[in-house]
Design a protein. Structure first.
Ligand code: ATP
Ligand code: MN
Length: 452
């Protein structure tokens, strides 16, 4: 396989560079120039060919001066995804240093790539941002080639070394290094389709989570998570035990009293790294790791019988709120992103899981006792006919419920979205999706007083 050398040289547990996988080639051929500050400063010049990037390392970088002959050392083929790589490669790893996307665009081969490559003379036209016009690569010995600018009417830059920012992100080398401390997660396979009809890609989901991270992290961070992964864009896997260097890890006794490793998100790196690992739905515990045995987020899930009207479901949510109001418990509303609504109650009392569970069960019991024809606390489906199941069961230690702002892996990528109480009658349980959420995010945070 053409990318074997590439893969052999790298430890993908340590570097965020993409794994070498051969890809179908698009019609328009891409090229990229990456400025690479490694042991030696150089520019990597890469041409898409046969599903990989044929690559040369150019110590001085390309020059627009037709008299310059720039040494270009042929190196191993790189995977197509590599053209999106900007970031740092850890010290001590192969190519350790900082990589900047210095230029990118399309190119045309003036001839036949395979034949001309063998002959040792490639004539190309570049359609980049910084590199344009006709260029020739000439082989002279071993892996050594020369990159030469041909005469044409393109007016190029005098000194390309003056161009010190990324063509993609506008960042300098220093800034790329610094952002390492914020988000240094490189997303592989950004165009992978995760959901069909309409198509939603991994990149769409990454962008969504980056956009909501400030709003989402207060609910997500420092809580043990389970996620739903969808690595192939088809099958879902519910994961309890994730391993990822960006996550926090904690040993916790599980429901069988055995100690197990659990994981939690500490910051945006943890969130985005999980998405990079194809985790798209986030489910959280009712307590956080600093006070694991003091639950502080109670969730009531209203699960309607499949034939129940939306009107009755909404009345159910209102009935629940009226009970919580009577008990002086402040409550917050979110869509489930599926069939129901979730009512969330922040708990400030210092109580055990057992007490917490009993309180939530008691509240569900009040509903059932007061309106026995409308609500049930029994999880069995046959007891749900024409009723709403008030699911209090998730308020137990080690169980989870979907986090506010998490997307759901269902059609349209609906979001479990915090909404105002006054919006209950307007917003459907799966009404807010990755596609229509943007305007909503500009409004006042409907859960602003959650942590008061
Ligand atoms: P809906 O409105 O469609 O009912 P929901 O979030 O209320 O959405 P589910 O998606 O059915 O309900 O999730 C039910 C509960 O079970 C959630 O608390 C979730 O964290 C948890 N869960 C989901 N999948 C699994 C699984 N495979 N194993 C264990 N728990 C799961
Ligand atoms: Mn539900």
């Amino acid at each position: 396989m053409k990318l074997d050398n590439y893969n052999k040289k790298r430890n993908f547990n340590k570097t965020n560079e993409p794994k070498g996988i051969k890809k179908e080639t698009n019609k328009k051929l891409k090229f990229v120039v990456q400025h690479h500050l490694a042991r030696k400063d150089h520019y990597d010049f890469r041409l898409e060919h046969n599903g990989v990037l044929v690559s040369w390392a150019i110590p001085k970088g390309p020059s627009y001066n037709t008299k310059d002959k720039r040494l270009a050392v042929l190196v191993e083929d790189h995977p197509l995804d590599y053209r999106n790589f900007e970031g740092t490669i850890p010290k001590g790893e192969y190519g350790g240093g900082t990589v900047m996307i210095w230029d990118e665009g399309y190119y045309k081969i003036n001839g036949n790539f395979n034949k001309d490559f063998k002959k040792g003379s490639l004539k190309i036209t570049l359609y980049g941002n910084r590199l344009k016009g006709d260029w020739t690569l000439i082989h002279f010995k071993e892996n050594n080639w020369l990159l030469i600018k041909e005469k044409d009417n393109i007016k190029g830059f005098k000194n390309i070394n003056n161009l010190k920012t990324s063509i993609k992100t506008g960042r300098t080398m220093k800034e790329i290094e610094k952002t390492i401390k914020k988000i240094d997660i490189e997303i592989t396979n950004p165009n992978k389709i995760i959901l069909e009809n309409p198509k939603i890609t991994k990149k769409d989901i990454v962008n969504y989570y980056k956009k909501v991270s400030n709003l989402m992290l207060p609910y997500l961070e420092n809580r043990i998570i389970s996620t739903i992964r969808r690595p192939d864009g088809k099958n879902n896997f519910f994961m309890k035990h994730l391993d990822n260097k960006y996550l926090g890890k904690i040993k916790v006794k599980n429901e069988n009293n055995k100690k197990e490793d659990y994981y939690y998100i500490k910051d945006i790196n943890g969130l985005i790294s999980e998405v990079q690992m194809n985790s798209y739905e986030f489910h959280i515990w009712g307590s956080n790791i600093k006070h694991l045995e003091k639950p502080n987020m109670m969730v009531f899930d209203l699960d309607p019988d499949e034939h129940l009207s939306l009107k009755k479901l909404r009345d159910g949510v209102k009935d629940l709120k009226s009970i919580l109001d009577e008990l002086n418990l402040k409550s917050f509303l979110k869509t489930s992103g599926g069939k129901g609504y979730h009512v969330v109650v922040p708990i400030h009392m210092n109580i055990t899981w057992k007490k917490f569970r009993n309180i939530s069960k008691e509240i569900a019991n009040i509903m059932e006792t007061k309106w026995p024809d409308k609500y049930t606390t029994n999880i069995r489906l046959k007891n749900r006919k024409n009723k709403i199941f008030i699911d209090w069961v998730r308020n137990t230690r080690t169980s989870t419920s979907v986090a506010p702002y998490s997307i759901r892996l269902r059609k349209n990528a609906p979001i479990s979205m915090p909404i105002k109480w006054s919006e209950l009658d307007k917003v459907k349980p799966n009404g807010i999706t990755i596609k229509n959420v943007t305007n909503r995010l500009k409004r006042v945070n409907p859960w602003k007083s959650f942590f008061d």
